[in-house]
Design a protein around this ligand. Sequence first.
Ligand SMILES: Cc1ncc(COP(=O)(O)O)c(C=O)c1O
Length: 393
Amino acid sequence: MAFDINTIRSHTPACQNKLFFNNAGSSLMPISVSQVVHNYLKEEEEYGGYYVSDNSEERLRGFYTEAAKLLHCQPHEIAYTHDATESFSRALSSIPFEKGDCIVTSLLDYSSNQIQYLSLQKRFGIEIYRVGLTETGDLNIQEAQELIEKYRPKLVAITHIPTNTGTVQDVYAIGDICAQFDDLIYLVDACQSVGMIDVDVKRMKCDFLSGTGRKFLRGPRGTGFLYVSERILNTKMSPLFIDGRSAVWSKENEYQLAKSAKRFETWEASYAGKLGLKAAFTYANEIGITEIENYNRELSLYFRSRLHSIDAVECFDRGSNLSNIITIRKAPVSLKQMEKVLSDASVFYSVSTVEWGLIDFNYKGVDWVVRLSPHYFNTKTEVEELAQILERV
Ligand SMILES: Cc1ncc(COP(=O)(O)O)c(C=O)c1O
Protein backbone atom coordinates (compact mmCIF):
# COMPACT_ATOMS: atom_id res chain seq x y z
CA MET A 1 0.00 0.00 0.00
CA ALA A 2 1.53 3.35 -1.00
CA PHE A 3 1.71 5.91 1.79
CA ASP A 4 -1.16 8.23 0.98
CA ILE A 5 -2.40 10.34 3.87
CA ASN A 6 -5.95 10.67 2.50
CA THR A 7 -6.31 6.92 2.07
CA ILE A 8 -4.84 6.35 5.52
CA ARG A 9 -7.28 8.82 7.08
CA SER A 10 -10.18 7.18 5.27
CA HIS A 11 -9.24 3.89 7.01
CA THR A 12 -9.74 5.70 10.35
CA PRO A 13 -12.89 7.81 9.99
CA ALA A 14 -12.80 8.61 13.72
CA CYS A 15 -9.76 10.84 13.21
CA GLN A 16 -11.74 13.29 11.06
CA ASN A 17 -13.84 15.05 13.70
CA LYS A 18 -11.26 15.63 16.44
CA LEU A 19 -7.61 16.41 17.02
CA PHE A 20 -6.44 13.00 18.14
CA PHE A 21 -3.01 13.22 19.75
CA ASN A 22 -3.14 10.38 22.26
CA ASN A 23 -1.47 7.52 20.44
CA ALA A 24 0.92 6.94 23.34
CA GLY A 25 -2.16 6.32 25.49
CA SER A 26 -4.49 4.31 23.30
CA SER A 27 -4.66 5.00 19.57
CA LEU A 28 -7.64 4.94 17.19
CA MET A 29 -8.01 1.53 15.57
CA PRO A 30 -8.25 1.44 11.77
CA ILE A 31 -11.52 -0.12 10.58
CA SER A 32 -9.68 -3.27 9.46
CA VAL A 33 -8.77 -3.87 13.11
CA SER A 34 -12.06 -3.07 14.82
CA GLN A 35 -14.02 -4.99 12.17
CA VAL A 36 -12.30 -8.33 12.79
CA VAL A 37 -12.84 -7.93 16.53
CA HIS A 38 -16.56 -7.20 16.03
CA ASN A 39 -16.93 -10.09 13.58
CA TYR A 40 -15.17 -12.57 15.82
CA LEU A 41 -17.27 -11.58 18.83
CA LYS A 42 -20.36 -12.02 16.64
CA GLU A 43 -19.21 -15.56 15.85
CA GLU A 44 -18.64 -16.25 19.56
CA GLU A 45 -22.12 -14.90 20.26
CA GLU A 46 -23.51 -17.41 17.79
CA TYR A 47 -21.42 -20.53 18.46
CA GLY A 48 -19.58 -20.08 21.76
CA GLY A 49 -15.87 -19.32 22.15
CA TYR A 50 -14.47 -22.87 22.05
CA TYR A 51 -16.18 -23.83 18.80
CA VAL A 52 -15.02 -20.65 17.09
CA SER A 53 -11.37 -20.88 18.21
CA ASP A 54 -11.25 -24.59 17.29
CA ASN A 55 -12.27 -23.58 13.78
CA SER A 56 -10.01 -20.54 13.52
CA GLU A 57 -6.56 -22.11 13.77
CA GLU A 58 -5.38 -20.93 10.38
CA ARG A 59 -6.38 -17.28 10.78
CA LEU A 60 -5.08 -17.16 14.37
CA ARG A 61 -1.72 -18.60 13.30
CA GLY A 62 -1.28 -15.58 11.03
CA PHE A 63 -0.86 -13.49 14.17
CA TYR A 64 2.64 -14.90 14.71
CA THR A 65 3.68 -14.39 11.09
CA GLU A 66 2.57 -10.76 10.96
CA ALA A 67 4.12 -9.90 14.35
CA ALA A 68 7.39 -11.59 13.35
CA LYS A 69 7.46 -9.64 10.08
CA LEU A 70 7.20 -6.28 11.86
CA LEU A 71 9.76 -7.19 14.53
CA HIS A 72 12.21 -8.94 12.14
CA CYS A 73 12.19 -12.35 13.80
CA GLN A 74 10.69 -15.86 13.46
CA PRO A 75 6.99 -16.57 14.18
CA HIS A 76 7.85 -19.14 16.88
CA GLU A 77 9.72 -16.40 18.80
CA ILE A 78 6.46 -14.48 19.41
CA ALA A 79 4.06 -14.91 22.35
CA TYR A 80 0.59 -13.36 22.52
CA THR A 81 -0.13 -11.73 25.89
CA HIS A 82 -2.63 -9.42 27.58
CA ASP A 83 -0.45 -6.30 27.75
CA ALA A 84 3.12 -5.03 27.85
CA THR A 85 3.43 -5.32 31.62
CA GLU A 86 2.39 -8.97 31.57
CA SER A 87 4.93 -9.62 28.80
CA PHE A 88 7.63 -7.85 30.78
CA SER A 89 6.89 -9.57 34.09
CA ARG A 90 6.69 -13.03 32.51
CA ALA A 91 10.14 -12.46 31.01
CA LEU A 92 11.44 -11.16 34.37
CA SER A 93 9.97 -14.09 36.29
CA SER A 94 11.84 -16.54 34.07
CA ILE A 95 15.21 -15.26 35.32
CA PRO A 96 16.52 -17.22 38.33
CA PHE A 97 17.60 -14.28 40.50
CA GLU A 98 19.63 -14.97 43.61
CA LYS A 99 20.82 -12.73 46.42
CA GLY A 100 23.62 -10.46 45.21
CA ASP A 101 22.61 -10.58 41.53
CA CYS A 102 22.22 -7.24 39.87
CA ILE A 103 20.13 -5.49 37.26
CA VAL A 104 21.37 -2.62 35.10
CA THR A 105 18.55 -0.38 33.90
CA SER A 106 17.94 3.28 33.06
CA LEU A 107 16.61 6.37 34.85
CA LEU A 108 13.84 6.54 32.26
CA ASP A 109 12.62 2.96 32.51
CA TYR A 110 8.84 2.65 32.80
CA SER A 111 7.45 3.08 36.31
CA SER A 112 5.87 -0.39 36.57
CA ASN A 113 9.19 -1.89 35.49
CA GLN A 114 11.00 0.10 38.18
CA ILE A 115 8.46 -1.14 40.75
CA GLN A 116 9.11 -4.71 39.63
CA TYR A 117 12.89 -4.30 40.03
CA LEU A 118 12.27 -2.96 43.54
CA SER A 119 9.95 -5.87 44.29
CA LEU A 120 12.70 -8.30 43.16
CA GLN A 121 15.11 -6.41 45.36
CA LYS A 122 12.83 -6.84 48.37
CA ARG A 123 12.35 -10.54 47.77
CA PHE A 124 15.79 -11.63 46.54
CA GLY A 125 18.16 -8.90 47.74
CA ILE A 126 19.34 -7.98 44.25
CA GLU A 127 21.15 -4.74 43.40
CA ILE A 128 19.79 -2.15 40.96
CA TYR A 129 22.06 0.18 38.96
CA ARG A 130 20.58 2.89 36.77
CA VAL A 131 22.58 4.23 33.82
CA GLY A 132 22.56 8.04 33.82
CA LEU A 133 21.95 10.51 31.01
CA THR A 134 24.48 12.60 29.11
CA GLU A 135 24.33 16.40 29.09
CA THR A 136 22.16 16.21 25.98
CA GLY A 137 19.68 13.97 27.80
CA ASP A 138 20.64 10.74 26.03
CA LEU A 139 21.24 7.38 27.66
CA ASN A 140 24.92 7.39 28.62
CA ILE A 141 26.27 4.45 26.62
CA GLN A 142 29.80 4.82 27.99
CA GLU A 143 28.46 4.61 31.55
CA ALA A 144 26.34 1.57 30.60
CA GLN A 145 29.47 -0.19 29.29
CA GLU A 146 31.33 0.58 32.53
CA LEU A 147 28.47 -0.55 34.79
CA ILE A 148 28.00 -3.77 32.86
CA GLU A 149 31.73 -4.56 32.89
CA LYS A 150 32.03 -3.74 36.59
CA TYR A 151 28.94 -5.45 37.98
CA ARG A 152 28.35 -8.22 35.40
CA PRO A 153 24.55 -8.00 35.80
CA LYS A 154 22.29 -10.98 35.32
CA LEU A 155 19.86 -8.68 33.51
CA VAL A 156 20.06 -5.47 31.52
CA ALA A 157 16.59 -4.00 31.07
CA ILE A 158 16.02 -0.82 29.08
CA THR A 159 12.87 1.01 27.99
CA HIS A 160 13.22 2.03 24.36
CA ILE A 161 10.87 5.05 24.49
CA PRO A 162 9.70 6.11 27.94
CA THR A 163 6.06 6.85 28.70
CA ASN A 164 6.59 10.38 30.01
CA THR A 165 9.12 12.01 27.72
CA GLY A 166 10.21 12.01 24.09
CA THR A 167 13.71 10.52 24.45
CA VAL A 168 14.54 7.52 22.27
CA GLN A 169 17.06 5.44 24.22
CA ASP A 170 19.75 3.76 22.12
CA VAL A 171 18.79 0.15 22.78
CA TYR A 172 20.85 -0.94 19.76
CA ALA A 173 24.10 0.36 21.27
CA ILE A 174 23.19 -1.35 24.57
CA GLY A 175 22.56 -4.57 22.61
CA ASP A 176 26.08 -4.43 21.18
CA ILE A 177 27.49 -4.18 24.71
CA CYS A 178 25.29 -6.97 26.08
CA ALA A 179 26.30 -9.28 23.24
CA GLN A 180 29.85 -9.29 24.67
CA PHE A 181 28.60 -11.23 27.73
CA ASP A 182 27.17 -14.74 27.23
CA ASP A 183 25.59 -15.07 30.66
CA LEU A 184 23.68 -11.76 30.50
CA ILE A 185 20.00 -11.43 29.60
CA TYR A 186 18.87 -8.34 27.73
CA LEU A 187 15.21 -7.27 28.01
CA VAL A 188 13.79 -4.31 26.09
CA ASP A 189 10.48 -2.57 26.79
CA ALA A 190 9.31 -1.45 23.35
CA CYS A 191 5.77 -0.62 24.42
CA GLN A 192 5.88 2.90 22.95
CA SER A 193 8.12 2.24 19.95
CA VAL A 194 6.54 -0.69 18.10
CA GLY A 195 4.27 0.79 15.42
CA MET A 196 5.87 4.26 15.68
CA ILE A 197 9.37 3.43 14.40
CA ASP A 198 11.15 0.38 13.05
CA VAL A 199 12.00 -2.08 15.83
CA ASP A 200 14.44 -4.79 14.76
CA VAL A 201 15.00 -7.38 17.48
CA LYS A 202 17.86 -9.11 15.66
CA ARG A 203 19.79 -5.89 15.19
CA MET A 204 19.00 -5.00 18.81
CA LYS A 205 20.41 -8.39 19.89
CA CYS A 206 17.87 -8.58 22.71
CA ASP A 207 16.68 -11.75 24.43
CA PHE A 208 13.20 -10.46 25.21
CA LEU A 209 11.17 -7.52 23.90
CA SER A 210 7.79 -6.58 25.34
CA GLY A 211 5.02 -4.55 23.73
CA THR A 212 1.36 -3.71 23.79
CA GLY A 213 -1.43 -3.63 21.21
CA ARG A 214 -3.34 -0.45 21.86
CA LYS A 215 -0.71 2.30 21.44
CA PHE A 216 1.24 3.18 18.28
CA LEU A 217 0.49 -0.24 16.85
CA ARG A 218 -3.21 0.68 16.85
CA GLY A 219 -4.55 -2.68 18.02
CA PRO A 220 -7.34 -3.40 20.52
CA ARG A 221 -7.00 -2.85 24.27
CA GLY A 222 -6.10 -5.82 26.45
CA THR A 223 -3.62 -7.26 23.94
CA GLY A 224 0.16 -7.49 24.01
CA PHE A 225 3.10 -9.52 22.81
CA LEU A 226 6.52 -10.74 23.85
CA TYR A 227 9.48 -11.58 21.63
CA VAL A 228 11.57 -14.42 23.06
CA SER A 229 14.83 -15.15 21.28
CA GLU A 230 15.80 -18.56 19.99
CA ARG A 231 18.72 -18.41 22.45
CA ILE A 232 16.29 -18.26 25.41
CA LEU A 233 13.95 -20.87 23.90
CA ASN A 234 16.92 -23.26 23.70
CA THR A 235 17.25 -23.09 27.48
CA LYS A 236 14.79 -24.34 30.10
CA MET A 237 13.81 -20.79 31.02
CA SER A 238 10.08 -20.26 31.54
CA PRO A 239 7.85 -17.89 33.52
CA LEU A 240 7.62 -18.82 37.20
CA PHE A 241 3.92 -19.58 36.93
CA ILE A 242 3.07 -21.58 33.86
CA ASP A 243 -0.09 -23.33 32.77
CA GLY A 244 -1.43 -25.85 30.28
CA ARG A 245 -0.55 -23.60 27.37
CA SER A 246 3.09 -23.09 28.36
CA ALA A 247 3.64 -26.74 29.23
CA VAL A 248 2.11 -30.23 29.09
CA TRP A 249 1.59 -32.17 32.32
CA SER A 250 3.30 -35.32 31.00
CA LYS A 251 3.83 -37.49 34.09
CA GLU A 252 2.51 -37.28 37.62
CA ASN A 253 5.51 -35.22 38.72
CA GLU A 254 6.75 -33.84 35.41
CA TYR A 255 5.86 -31.38 32.74
CA GLN A 256 7.23 -30.60 29.28
CA LEU A 257 7.72 -26.97 28.35
CA ALA A 258 6.44 -25.73 25.00
CA LYS A 259 9.33 -25.38 22.56
CA SER A 260 8.15 -22.09 21.07
CA ALA A 261 7.44 -18.74 22.74
CA LYS A 262 3.99 -20.16 23.63
CA ARG A 263 5.88 -21.09 26.79
CA PHE A 264 5.28 -17.45 27.75
CA GLU A 265 1.55 -17.42 26.92
CA THR A 266 -1.44 -18.23 29.11
CA TRP A 267 -4.14 -20.71 28.19
CA GLU A 268 -6.99 -18.26 28.42
CA ALA A 269 -6.84 -15.23 26.17
CA SER A 270 -9.05 -13.03 24.05
CA TYR A 271 -9.09 -14.57 20.58
CA ALA A 272 -11.01 -11.59 19.23
CA GLY A 273 -8.17 -9.43 20.58
CA LYS A 274 -5.57 -11.72 19.03
CA LEU A 275 -7.16 -11.38 15.60
CA GLY A 276 -7.47 -7.63 16.11
CA LEU A 277 -3.80 -7.42 17.03
CA LYS A 278 -2.94 -9.52 14.00
CA ALA A 279 -4.87 -7.04 11.84
CA ALA A 280 -2.94 -4.16 13.46
CA PHE A 281 0.41 -5.82 12.67
CA THR A 282 -0.81 -6.52 9.13
CA TYR A 283 -1.89 -2.91 8.67
CA ALA A 284 1.50 -1.57 9.79
CA ASN A 285 3.27 -4.11 7.55
CA GLU A 286 1.14 -3.14 4.57
CA ILE A 287 1.77 0.57 4.96
CA GLY A 288 5.44 -0.13 5.67
CA ILE A 289 7.15 0.71 8.93
CA THR A 290 9.89 2.71 7.16
CA GLU A 291 7.26 4.96 5.56
CA ILE A 292 5.49 5.29 8.93
CA GLU A 293 8.74 6.17 10.69
CA ASN A 294 9.74 8.74 8.06
CA TYR A 295 6.33 10.42 8.18
CA ASN A 296 6.39 10.41 11.99
CA ARG A 297 9.86 11.94 12.12
CA GLU A 298 8.87 14.81 9.85
CA LEU A 299 5.55 15.38 11.61
CA SER A 300 7.02 15.42 15.12
CA LEU A 301 9.87 17.74 14.04
CA TYR A 302 7.28 20.14 12.66
CA PHE A 303 5.13 19.71 15.79
CA ARG A 304 8.03 20.59 18.08
CA SER A 305 9.19 23.55 16.02
CA ARG A 306 5.64 24.95 15.94
CA LEU A 307 5.33 24.56 19.71
CA HIS A 308 8.69 26.27 20.24
CA SER A 309 7.36 29.29 18.36
CA ILE A 310 4.57 29.81 20.93
CA ASP A 311 5.28 32.18 23.77
CA ALA A 312 5.46 30.53 27.21
CA VAL A 313 5.03 26.99 25.91
CA GLU A 314 7.81 24.84 27.30
CA CYS A 315 8.73 21.43 25.83
CA PHE A 316 10.21 19.02 28.34
CA ASP A 317 11.70 16.41 26.03
CA ARG A 318 15.47 16.01 26.05
CA GLY A 319 17.79 13.99 23.83
CA SER A 320 19.35 14.01 20.38
CA ASN A 321 16.81 11.52 19.01
CA LEU A 322 13.23 12.46 19.87
CA SER A 323 10.06 10.45 19.34
CA ASN A 324 6.39 11.25 18.79
CA ILE A 325 5.92 11.71 22.53
CA ILE A 326 5.85 15.46 23.08
CA THR A 327 5.47 16.84 26.59
CA ILE A 328 4.60 20.46 27.33
CA ARG A 329 3.33 23.04 29.79
CA LYS A 330 2.42 26.68 29.28
CA ALA A 331 3.23 29.05 32.13
CA PRO A 332 1.31 30.12 34.14
CA VAL A 333 -1.61 27.99 32.90
CA SER A 334 -2.80 25.45 35.50
CA LEU A 335 -3.47 21.84 34.66
CA LYS A 336 -7.19 22.40 35.19
CA GLN A 337 -7.28 25.35 32.77
CA MET A 338 -5.24 23.45 30.21
CA GLU A 339 -7.52 20.41 30.40
CA LYS A 340 -10.61 22.55 29.93
CA VAL A 341 -9.26 24.37 26.87
CA LEU A 342 -8.08 21.17 25.21
CA SER A 343 -11.27 19.19 25.90
CA ASP A 344 -13.48 22.07 24.74
CA ALA A 345 -11.56 22.05 21.45
CA SER A 346 -11.90 18.24 21.05
CA VAL A 347 -8.20 17.67 21.51
CA PHE A 348 -7.34 14.16 22.68
CA TYR A 349 -4.18 13.99 24.81
CA SER A 350 -2.87 12.55 28.10
CA VAL A 351 -1.53 14.07 31.27
CA SER A 352 1.63 12.44 32.55
CA THR A 353 2.18 12.85 36.27
CA VAL A 354 5.20 12.49 38.52
CA GLU A 355 4.56 8.91 39.66
CA TRP A 356 4.86 7.68 36.06
CA GLY A 357 8.42 8.95 35.74
CA LEU A 358 9.54 9.83 39.24
CA ILE A 359 13.25 10.39 38.60
CA ASP A 360 12.71 12.34 35.38
CA PHE A 361 9.97 14.57 36.81
CA ASN A 362 12.05 15.33 39.90
CA TYR A 363 15.02 16.25 37.68
CA LYS A 364 12.81 18.56 35.62
CA GLY A 365 11.19 20.03 38.73
CA VAL A 366 7.58 19.57 37.61
CA ASP A 367 4.85 17.18 38.68
CA TRP A 368 2.75 17.06 35.49
CA VAL A 369 3.08 17.61 31.78
CA VAL A 370 0.56 17.46 28.96
CA ARG A 371 1.55 14.58 26.69
CA LEU A 372 0.74 14.98 23.00
CA SER A 373 1.50 11.98 20.82
CA PRO A 374 0.70 12.37 17.11
CA HIS A 375 0.91 9.48 14.65
CA TYR A 376 1.02 8.96 10.89
CA PHE A 377 -2.72 9.61 10.37
CA ASN A 378 -2.28 13.15 11.75
CA THR A 379 -1.47 16.10 9.50
CA LYS A 380 0.44 19.39 9.73
CA THR A 381 -2.92 21.18 9.39
CA GLU A 382 -4.05 19.51 12.61
CA VAL A 383 -0.80 20.52 14.30
CA GLU A 384 -1.45 24.10 13.19
CA GLU A 385 -4.99 23.96 14.65
CA LEU A 386 -3.59 22.76 17.96
CA ALA A 387 -0.88 25.43 17.93
CA GLN A 388 -3.52 28.14 17.50
CA ILE A 389 -5.49 26.71 20.43
CA LEU A 390 -2.36 26.78 22.59
CA GLU A 391 -1.60 30.33 21.49
CA ARG A 392 -5.01 31.41 22.76
CA VAL A 393 -4.76 29.73 26.21
C1 LIG B 1 7.12 2.56 28.18
C2 LIG B 1 5.95 1.76 28.64
N1 LIG B 1 6.13 0.50 29.05
C3 LIG B 1 5.12 -0.26 29.49
C4 LIG B 1 3.84 0.24 29.56
C5 LIG B 1 2.74 -0.63 30.08
O1 LIG B 1 1.91 -1.05 29.06
P1 LIG B 1 0.60 -1.88 29.39
O2 LIG B 1 -0.33 -0.92 30.06
O3 LIG B 1 0.12 -2.38 28.07
O4 LIG B 1 0.99 -2.98 30.31
C6 LIG B 1 3.59 1.55 29.15
C7 LIG B 1 2.23 2.11 29.24
O5 LIG B 1 2.01 3.28 29.13
C8 LIG B 1 4.67 2.33 28.68
O6 LIG B 1 4.49 3.59 28.28
